[in-house]
Design a protein around this ligand. Structure first.
Ligand SMILES: C[S@@+](CC[C@H](N)C(=O)[O-])C[C@H]1O[C@@H](n2cnc3c(N)ncnc32)[C@H](O)[C@@H]1O
Length: 273
C-alpha cells in the first residue's frame, strides 16, 4: 500500500527486471521500519509507562522490522513468524546476518500464525494488512484470540488497516522510488458482496523492463469498526485507533481518535490491550 517512505539512492538507475530482487524492491517501496519501531515504542511507553523489550512480528517476511527492533536497544529481543521458508532465509541473509550481534537476538519461526506463539511478548505486530488473509469473522476472531494469549500481561497488539473511498475502486497507484524504479499498487478487484479484494504490486524500471505481479494479495477488506468489534470479542479490553493527523504527505503523525472524517485514502493503526 501507500506506506512508502523512500531511502536516498546509493547508485541511480541500477534497477532492472533482469537483476532486481523483489524482496529488496518491496522493502524500499513499502517499509519504513525505523518509523514503525519509533511509533510502537512511543505508544507502548505512553500506555504502559515502561519500555517494551520483546516483540513478535507475525507475517514477518524478510524480518526487517525484527532487525530494526533489536538494533535500537541491547536488551531487546524479537521473534519473527512467517509460513514461507524462502522469505525467512532471505531475511537472515540480507537483514539479520549483516547486523551481527543484534541479529542473534532475533529468532525466526517458519510456521502458520494460527499456531500459538512460541513465547509471550510485550509487543505483537501484524503489519501491512497481512492478517487480511483471514476472510471470515470466525477465522479472524480465532487469530486475534491466539494473539491475545501470546501477550505478556501488559502487552499490546499492534496492527494496521487502510480505507477511504479510493480503497474500493479499481486503480493503479504509481510511485517513483529513490534509486530509479517505479512501485505500482494495483487494486485489481473488489467484490462488494463478500468484501474480498485482490491487489498486486508491480515494479517498472527505467530501462523499460517490468516485474509484473511481483506480489499478489488475496484478502478480505476489513473496516475499523469490524476490527474493533472482533478484537473485543477475542478478549481484548481496550482497542484504540491511531489516526494520521498530519497534513504533510511525507510525514505521518498518528494520534488516538474516537471519531474521524473519512478521506479518499487513509492508513491507521489499531492498538489492542
Ligand atoms: C505482505 S508480507 C508482510 C511483510 C512485512 N511484515 C511487512 O510488514 O511488509 C506477508 C507475509 O505473510 C506471510 N504469510 C502468509 N500467510 C501466512 C500464515 N498463515 N502464517 C504465517 N505467515 C504467512 C507470507 O509468506 C508473507 O511473507
Amino acid at each position: 500500500m501507500a506506506k512508502a517512505r523512500t531511502r536516498k539512492p546509493k547508485r541511480p538507475s541500477r534497477f532492472t527486471a533482469k537483476t532486481a530482487d523483489k524482496h529488496d524492491l518491496y522493502q524500499r517501496s513499502v517499509q519504513d521500519v525505523d518509523t514503525e519501531v519509533g511509533f510502537i515504542d512511543q505508544v507502548f511507553r505512553s500506555i504502559r509507562k515502561r519500555a517494551p523489550v520483546s516483540l513478535c512480528e507475525d507475517f514477518c517476511g524478510t524480518a526487517l522490522l525484527c532487525g530494526a527492533w533489536v538494533k535500537k536497544n541491547k536488551n531487546r529481543t524479537a521473534i519473527g513468524i512467517d509460513i514461507d521458508p524462502k522469505v525467512l532465509a532471505w531475511g537472515v541473509e540480507h537483514n539479520l546476518s549483516p547486523i551481527d550481534e543484534p541479529g542473534s537476538r532475533v529468532t525466526l519461526h517458519q510456521r502458520d500464525v494460527r499456531k500459538p506463539l512460541p513465547g509471550k511478548v510485550d509487543v505483537l505486530g501484524a503489519f501491512n494488512f497481512s492478517y487480511w488473509i483471514f476472510k471470515t469473522r470466525d477465522e479472524l476472531r480465532r487469530y486475534f484470540e491466539r494473539c491475545r494469549k501470546g501477550l505478556n500481561k501488559d502487552g499490546l497488539f499492534f496492527l494496521d488497516a487502510y480505507g477511504g473511498w479510493e480503497a474500493h475502486e479499481p486503480m493503479f497507484e504509481r510511485r517513483a522510488i529513490a534509486g530509479g524504479f517505479t512501485y505500482i499498487w494495483d487494486q485489481d478487484k473488489v467484490d462488494p458482496i463478500t468484501n474480498h479484494i485482490l491487489n498486486h504490486i508491480h515494479f517498472e524500471f527505467k530501462d523499460g523492463t517490468k516485474l509484473d505481479k511481483a506480489f499478489t494479495y488475496d484478502w478480505r477488506f476489513w473496516s475499523l469498526a469490524e476490527l474493533r468489534e472482533l478484537l473485543l470479542e477475542a478478549g481484548f479490553k481496550d482497542v484504540r485507533v491511531y489516526w494520521d493527523t498530519s497534513d504533510d504527505e511525507d510525514h505521518e503523525h498518528y494520534v488516538p481518535r474516537a471519531r474521524a472524517e473519512n478521506q479518499p485514502g487513509w492508513l491507521a493503526y489499531l492498538v489492542a490491550s
